[in-house]
Design a protein around this ligand. Structure first.
Ligand code: DMJ
Length: 502
């Protein structure tokens, strides 16, 4: 096991040795400051070279517009900037949001990506600034976040206008067209309901909740029965005309992932209205432990989740999938189920190995543990680590660090907080450029195989938020052990205030 701190190029980290003799509180402040410094570094580069475009190209200092050209990085950065109490950046972002015209774009719009990054970024900013972040900026500026959330949802809502109510994901907001898809994916269909329900609860306009919950209903009552091969575990695609499942391909990997994530989070948001969601998450979690838990031949001590289709188990997982440990830990602590907490920790330990065993200390995009298909040049890795790499890229994803954060919050065990720090240190060492942070081409090569020259907006929303929260002061928005959460995080790490009846 490798536990040493990777050297940090930034000023803040240089003063924070891993084996520090300082009192924990003081050390944690230094670490929180180092993470805030990384956030400011990324923001300054984005603001200088890319704003108000969607994302920075942090090597060439150009920019991209992969998310509708509405300033995705700015909107995605808002909740983290509030939690870091950086009033300057928060003001810059709100001033930008106030002038975005959400009715105009020249690109195809993803309902899912636009919901989880833009709609959620604004709603979360509103919840935080009306709640524990109040006073950070002039209160008269905050209402625009809810107004613009409503404007955006009004532009998007035609997507749900289908025979079943299952939306199209890829839409043209000018022509009200779509990509003529016959099916929609499980994750993109099932990762709207928290944001659209929150919008209804804040505005009093029931339409948004109704639309998203109608689509979700097909997922909660899956038909035909054969496409729910194990209780709670469902297929990956839904017919847009009928609302019926179109296959029985089960996984927690990308494409399915955040459907499961939102089941337990909806229950936390409002246990009264969303008890069926809890029931479905518990069924999925129990079935996953029983049927999908898989231990690599060369490392039987590790536990990953396999996929399942037509009697076959697929021994492949992803960086994206590593949110699973956090989901089991959150569900386990909220429902007081030690078996879920224990299983969540097993998943966290295995995902930690995907970081711990590479040359950079960062995990790959996709990995496998099928002993029959190990490439010759990865036999040593498979023997040592229990997995081999299918895709070695790293695009600044958060899921492994996110689950470390949940493990730390739920258990209080410092080990997991050190894993958060090591993950941050590795990202700071290998991904940091002169103007921000770049994805890597190969996490298991010298220097990460080079930079991909892209800084995804979720660097701001997720990676730097979960790392910061692990070292930040106690606050109402921190994930709590047990059932006392007053905030629940959307899949892009934007915290929403849990529902309280008026
Ligand atoms: C983010 O947009 C969200 O976390 C989503 O659920 C999955 N993909 C990225 C991060 O990897």
């Amino acid at each position: 096991m490798r536990f040493e701190l990777l050297a940090l190029p930034a000023l803040a980290a240089a003063s924070v040795p891993f084996h520090s003799n300082r009192a924990p509180a003081r050390r944690d402040t230094s670490r929180a400051d180092a993470i805030k410094e990384a956030f400011s570094h990324a923001w300054d580069g984005y603001y200088k070279y890319a704003f108000p475009n969607d994302e920075l190209h942090p090597v060439s200092n150009g920019y991209g517009n992969s998310r509708n050209k509405w300033g995705a990085s700015a909107v995605d950065a808002l909740s983290t900037a509030i939690m870091m109490r950086n009033a300057t950046i928060v003001n810059q972002i709100i001033d930008h949001i106030a002038v975005v015209d959400y009715s105009k774009t020249d690109t195809t719009v993803s309902l899912f990506e636009t919901t989880i990054r833009y709609l959620a970024g604004m709603l979360s900013g509103y919840d935080l600034l009306k709640g524990p972040g109040a006073g950070l900026v002039d209160d008269s500026k905050v209402d625009v976040l809810l107004e613009q959330s409503k404007n955006l949802a009004d532009v998007l809502k035609f997507a749900f206008d289908t025979p079943s109510g299952v939306p199209y994901n890829n839409i043209n907001i000018t022509s009200h067209g779509n990509d003529n898809a016959t099916t929609n994916g499980l994750a993109v269909t099932g990762t709207l309901v928290l944001e659209w329900t929150r919008l209804s609860d804040l505005t009093g306009d029931e339409e948004y909740a109704r639309l998203s919950q109608k689509a979700e209903d097909y997922l909660l009552h899956p038909k035909p029965a054969e496409y729910e091969p194990f209780p709670g575990l469902v297929g990956s695609n839904i017919n847009i005309q009928t609302g019926q499942f179109a296959d029985g391909q089960v996984s927690w990997n990308g494409g399915a992932d955040s459907y499961y994530e939102y089941l337990i989070k909806m229950y936390i948001y409002d246990p009264e209205r969303f008890d069926l969601y809890r029931e479905r998450w518990v069924a999925a979690a129990e079935s996953s432990i029983k049927h999908l838990a898989s231990h690599p031949e060369t490392r039987p001590d590790l536990t990953f989740l396999s996929t399942y289709h037509d009697g076959q188990f697929g021994l492949v997982s992803q960086h994206l999938t590593c949110f699973d440990g956090g989901s089991f830990l959150l569900g386990g602590t909220v429902l007081d189920r030690q078996d879920f907490i224990d299983f969540g920790l097993d998943l966290v330990v295995a995902c930690h190995e995907t970081y711990n065993q590479t040359l950079t200390g960062i995990g790959p995009e996709q990995f496998s543990w099928n002993p029959d298909t190990v490439p010759d040049n990865q036999k040593e890795l498979f023997e040592r680590a229990g997995f081999y790499i299918d895709s070695g890229t790293y695009v600044l994803r958060p899921e492994v660090i996110e689950s470390f954060y949940y493990a730390w919050r739920v258990t209080g065990d410092e080990t997991y907080r050190e894993w958060v720090w090591n993950g941050f240190a590795a990202v700071n060492k290998y991904c940091r450029t002169g103007s921000g942070f770049s994805g890597l081409k190969n996490v298991n090569a010298e220097n990460g195989g080079g930079w991909d020259d892209n800084q995804e907006s979720f660097l701001f929303a997720e990676v730097l938020k979960y790392t910061y929260l692990a070292f930040a002061p106690e606050d109402e928005w921190q994930v709590q052990k047990g059932s006392g959460n007053t905030f629940v995080y959307n899949t892009e790490a934007h915290p929403f205030k849990v529902y309280t009846p008026q």
